[in-house]
Design a protein around this ligand. Structure first.
Ligand code: MG
Length: 160
């Protein structure tokens, strides 16, 4: 029987002016962007944490510490490539991913297929192995007040 592992990930970043908004590797036109040491791509960060969590390999802060200048402004898809390599080195592959991005604005639906394609390319998956859903927070809490955007992800790994 195929061995399975499951992991979950969560991330939130603060919305500020003068930063690009990058989600799932896609730059989305908006007057606010996410603040962070890297490109602050919360969706990709949540997915990476879920992949690492599935193998009890710690979290992305361990591999890409904010204190390390080499990750300043880093493209999170590059970090995802490294995490993907790590799980492959351990003998695992991604079965599927499901995720949710919580953002009051902008409307993410028009960009989801592009995010899926980008993540699928990096992870050598079919786009239909990657679920990305977008929801508002009904104006409640920090996401609802547009103070930040968060993402949740679940990843199933299969023994390669
Ligand atoms: Mg993060």
């Amino acid at each position: 029987m195929t061995k399975l592992r499951i992991g979950n990930g969560y991330d939130i970043h603060r919305l500020v002016s003068d930063r690009p908004l990058i989600l799932g590797g896609v730059q989305i036109p908006h007057e606010l962007g996410l603040l962070g040491h890297s490109d602050a791509d919360v969706l990709t960060h949540a997915i990476m944490d879920a992949m690492l969590g599935a193998l009890s390999l710690g979290d992305i802060g361990h591999y890409f510490p904010p204190s390390d200048p080499q990750w300043a402004g880093a493209d999170s898809l590059v970090l995802l490539t490294k995490v993907h390599q790590l799980i492959q080195d351990q003998g695992w592959q991604v079965g599927n991913i499901d995720s949710v991005v919580v953002a009051e604005r902008p409307k993410l639906k028009p960009h989801i297929h592009k995010m899926r394609d980008k993540l699928a390319t990096v992870l050598a998956l079919q786009p239909n192995q990657i679920g990305i859903k977008a929801t508002t927070n009904e104006k409640l809490g920090p996401e609802g007040r547009e103070e930040g955007i968060c993402a949740y992800a679940v990843v199933l790994l299969l023994e390669a």
